[in-house]
Design a binder for this molecule. Structure first.
Ligand SMILES: Nc1ncnc2c1ncn2[C@@H]1O[C@H](COP(=O)(O)OP(=O)(O)OP(=O)(O)O)[C@@H](O)[C@H]1O
Length: 958
């Protein structure tokens, strides 16, 4: 019988249903989870792809399975579609546009394939612009067209390259290729490279070593990073203080405003580190260099030197796991670096560049290359305009670039040293030509003195063959080697001019020349450059001249700066010049030092750069001679043909407005006519003045003695030699002619020695129109006694018609005068002048004159004298104390109690017969007429008893 399902079965069945239900529930949950995981994977992949970029994700090996999965393919497809949609437009034109930009920014060796330029030296001088990019590789986006990648460098930016150990060699190759591009682009010399490698004595970049031969590459010792950084800082300082003085912010801006030419080469400093930090000091210094360097042409290339730079810098980051990235292209562009240049080609390029550099250095740089274009000569329209901020003129070349010599507030005066034959004079001529070509004579004046035996500056004054002159030249001194007084005269002039300027500045309430020019635009305030070649002669002796010169030099050196007065002193040997070493106050003002090869003491004590200078080079140092101010420049030959052409042009343009310079020519006696022209106008009751010579001053003033009716107004000329003495007296009597109305004066000519006879005749001829009598030895006593009686009468109120008693060889009269005659002469000397009777006499012996000036007369009766071949010690009783005077031909020591505290040196006028023969009038001087009869002298010993007086005197002069 069938049994009803029992309880147990029911329970089992119920559990089975439960298990089925659970299984169904679990099955459902598993499917949902699988779907969630797949969705998550899809979402994650999309997130990666969109975050890191499709290209990066493809390159990631961990994601290879995902890219292979069919399940995920729609995600990839979707991202690809979006990627393509985003970039397609850019891909269409973006790479091409980048290429175009690059081609423009990186012309020639800056961007071209190396095969097209490697091994050739560059030719570009930067005047047509500087590449803004330098190629390092290429890149593409999303498999699109590739485009070149470059980095900026010169003027624009520094470069920081960061590598990992396994790609360090690639990084070095990148730097090497970059440098080879830069060096091959520009004309050799325009870029110099310095390399410092912390780990290697020889530095990295061995392929570039050939460049060291001409100094284009300098390799620094690993331990001497501070020295390199110091060198770079010095350069920045120098560029700012010397080159960017006109307020230009950078060398690039300066070049843009001038003709585009760079005045300083670029300097690329490559620092190769080992990823460890620099010392704190070096780090700080490097930051300073980075900050100031670009404006001064310094670019840093840092390889694995960890440093943060507060300046424009681009980076190339080569560290894994990423590909190469640059700051130029951003983090999403993988850059493929160019293949390293083959080592042998780099070496060959270095050799070729060095060779071209050497050739360039020996080829370029003539004097003409220093000058601006001829259209600008003397206009001041060139690079720097006027001289408001100083005088800047290139005098030589460094690396083919023109190097300026600067006379301005920072370097007001220059000291030039170099042994004989090293080119001092040439350098001075170069400087003068270069300055004259740049500035207008309204803005710049030269005062040029040469103490050497020679006439180097004579070319700037009108000559017999070349009648042109340099309009800037206001004074030219030649053959002054025996006359230190010329130097003194120049310094005195400068000192006076400084005072005049200071007074004008005070009046306009300003302190500097620049401001004075501004306030007084119609005034004539040129800068003055005073050049003294072989200036040590000026200080050659311990005497009054040296003392006065030292004082004046100190004055001008200290105050000239603000008054626009600049001294340029040149010497073969400055070591012995006490005026300098004993007076640091003077020396310190000579901030600009120029040392020619082997010059001693011109530079600072520890600066021996001049010792191994090659020929025709100079150390130009605008920093008082300290080492870091050294610039080695090559001085061109100041070719006469170019100088002459320049002078001709300047003369043509300016001669109408500028008189010829005053000429100090120590070898030429001043002409009577020139001096007489400058005498004050006579007549109208003016006191007559007797001309006795030429004062040594810049105005070439006549030296005169006033002859008023006052005691002691007699003139004595002292010396045994007849020629100079007679020349002085001839000038003195001749000059009186025009100062009296015809017939207003009596002149008594007394030739007492044979040499004077001819001279007296000429004097008489020149005085034609006046009452002239000539008396010889035989008539002197009587004449003197008559005149003495006349003086007595005058003293008691008799008529006072002017009388000049001209004694030629006064001492020769002693034996004929006897006591009464001598006393009469003393009376004339003592009382004559106040009554209008003046003695103008030549005594061959000071002792004889002194004897005469006793008893009735006194030494003071000679109010003025000119001593010729007489020793200073003999003059004591006549002068103001002990005198230093060593006689020299053509010079006199002139003292006039009425106008001098100390005697002064004068030039004796040209002797009469020279003037006559030069004018072709020799023998034409009328010897008769107004002139009285000349009786033959009769005293034995003084004159021969036979022979014509004229013949004798001509022999004497021959
Ligand atoms: N830069 C130069 N290039 C070529 N020749 C030069 C240069 N400088 C000077 N000379 C030549 O050298 C010679 C001597 O030059 P310079 O007269 O200038 O020397 P210095 O130092 O003034 O000598 P000194 O004091 O003996 O006159 C001259 O014949 C000159 O032409």
């Amino acid at each position: 019988m069938a049994r009803r399902p029992g309880r147990r079965e029911r329970i089992v069945s119920a559990f089975a249903d439960f298990a089925d239900a659970v299984e169904a529930a679990l099955r459902g949950a598993g499917a949902a989870r699988d779907e969630a995981v797949r969705a998550h994977a899809r979402a994650m992949l999309e997130l990666w792809l969109r975050t890191d970029g499709l290209d990066a994700a493809r390159a990631d090996e961990g994601l290879a399975a995902a890219f292979a999965s069919a399940e995920l393919a729609p995600v990839v497809a979707r991202v690809e579609a979006d990627h393509a949609a985003t970039f397609d437009t850019w891909q269409a034109g973006g790479p091409a546009a980048l290429r175009a930009v690059f081609d423009e920014a990186a012309p020639g060796a800056a961007g071209d394939d190396p095969d097209r330029w490697i091994g050739d030296a560059g030719k570009d001088d930067g005047t047509d612009g500087v590449p803004r990019l330098w190629r390092i590789g290429h890149a593409s986006v999303a498999g699109g067209e590739s485009f070149p990648v470059g980095v900026p460098l010169l003027d624009d930016s520094h470069l920081q390259v960061v590598s990992a150990p396994d790609c360090r060699a690639t990084a070095e190759a990148l730097v090497e290729a970059l440098l080879v591009r830069v060096l091959s682009y520009f004309r050799p010399g325009l870029v110099a490279v310095h390399v410092w490698d912390v780990g290697q004595f020889t530095g990295s970049l061995p392929g570039l070593y050939p460049l060291t031969s001409t100094g284009l590459l300098t390799v620094h010792d690993p331990g001497r990073l501070p020295a390199l950084l110091e060198e770079l800082s010095d350069r920045i300082r120098r560029v700012h203080t010397r080159v960017l003085v006109d307020g230009h912010p950078s060398l690039r801006a300066l070049a843009a405003e001038t003709d585009g030419r760079r005045t300083e080469p670029w300097l690329v400093a490559v620092l190769v580190g080992n990823r460890t930090a620099l010392s704190e000091d070096d780090h700080r210094q490097l930051q300073r260099v980075a900050r100031g360097g670009l404006a001064c042409g310094i670019s840093l290339v840092l390889l694995d030197v960890p440093v943060t730079l507060n300046a424009a810098v681009e980076t190339v980051d080569m560290r894994p796991p990423r590909q190469v990235r640059t700051s130029m292209t951003g983090p999403h562009v993988d850059v493929r670096l160019d293949r390293p240049l083959p080592r042998d080609k780099v070496v060959a390029a270095g050799i070729a560049i060095s060779r071209a550099h050497e050739e360039w250095r020996s080829r370029v740089g003539t004097f003409a290359d220093l000058l601006p274009p001829p259209a600008e000569w003397g206009t001041g329209r060139g690079e720097r305009g006027g001289t408001a901020a100083g005088v800047h003129a290139p005098v030589g070349f460094a690396e083919g670039l023109r190097k300026d010599l600067v006379l301005a507030d920072g370097s007001p005066h220059a000291l030039i040293g170099g042994p004989s034959g090293t080119g001092k004079t040439n350098l001075l001529l170069t400087m003068i030509g270069s300055m004259a070509a740049r500035y207008s004579p309204h803005e710049l004046e030269f005062y040029l003195l040469d103490f050497k035996e020679g006439v180097s500056f004579a070319q700037f004054a009108p000559g017999r063959r070349d009648t042109t002159w340099l309009p800037h030249a206001r004074l030219v001194g030649v053959n002054v080697n025996t006359d230190r007084e010329f130097g003194l005269a120049l310094l005195r002039f400068l000192s006076d001019e400084m005072r005049r300027r200071a007074d004008a500045a005070k009046e306009h309430e300003v302190t500097k020349l620049e401001e004075l020019r501004h306030r007084d635009p119609h005034g004539h305030w040129p800068r003055i450059v005073a050049v003294i070649d072989e200036f040590q002669y000026l200080f050659a002796e311990r005497d009054d001249v040296t003392r006065a010169a030292t004082q004046l030099l100190e004055d001008v050196a200290r105050r000239g700066r603000s008054q626009g007065i600049h001294l340029v002193l040149a010497s073969q040997d400055v070591s012995g010049i006490e005026a300098f070493w004993g007076r640091p106050a003077i020396f310190e003002q000579f901030v600009l030092r120029v040392a020619l090869p082997r010059a001693r003491r011109v530079l600072a004590d520890l600066n021996d750069a001049a010792l191994d200078l090659p020929r025709w080079h100079a150390v130009l140092n605008h920093e008082s001679g300290i080492k870091h101010g050294n610039e080695i420049v090559r001085i061109p030959d100041a070719a006469q043909s170019t100088l002459a052409l320049l002078q001709q042009r300047l003369h043509d343009d300016h001669a109408a407005a500028f008189a010829p310079p005053v000429l100090f020519d120590g070898a030429r006696a001043p002409r009577y006519a020139d001096l007489a022209d400058r005498l004050p106008a006579a007549g109208g009751g003016a006191t007559p003045r007797a001309l006795v010579g030429q004062v040594i001053d810049v105005a070439a003033s006549p030296a005169t003695v006033a002859l008023p009716d006052a005691p002691a107004r007699n003139i004595a000329v002292l010396g045994a030699g007849a020629s100079d003495a007679l020349a002085v007296l001839a000038a003195a009597t001749g000059s009186l002619r025009d100062q009296y109305a015809p017939g207003e004066v009596d002149v008594v000519l007394v030739p007492l020695v044979v040499e004077a006879v001819e001279s007296a005749r000429r004097m008489a001829a020149r005085l034609a129109g006046h009452a002239v009598t000539t008396v010889g030895l035989d008539g002197i006593r009587e004449r003197v006694e008559t005149l003495a009686a006349d003086v007595t009468a005058r003293l008691s109120g008799g008529p006072r018609r002017p009388v000049h008693l001209v004694l030629l060889g006064g001492d020769a009269a002693d034996h004929v005068l006897d006591r009464p005659g001598t006393e009469a002469l003393r009376r004339i000397l003592h009382f004559g002048p106040e009554t209008g009777v003046h003695v103008l006499g030549w005594w061959r012996s000071v002792g004889r004159l002194r004897t005469l000036l006793t008893l009735g007369a006194a030494p003071d009766d000679i109010g003025a004298w000119v001593a010729l071949d007489v020793q200073g010690s003999e003059l004591g009783p006549l002068g103001p104390g002990l005198l230093q005077w060593a006689p020299r031909p053509g010079r006199g020591l002139f003292f006039d109690r009425a106008q001098h505290a100390r005697p002064q040196v004068v030039l004796v006028p040209e002797p009469e017969q020279d003037q006559a023969s030069r004018s072709g009038a020799a023998g034409e001087v009328p010897l008769s007429g107004a002139a009285g009869e000349v009786p033959l002298p009769s005293a034995p010993g003084d004159v021969p008893l036979s022979g014509a007086a004229g013949d004798v005197s001509r022999e004497d002069r021959g």
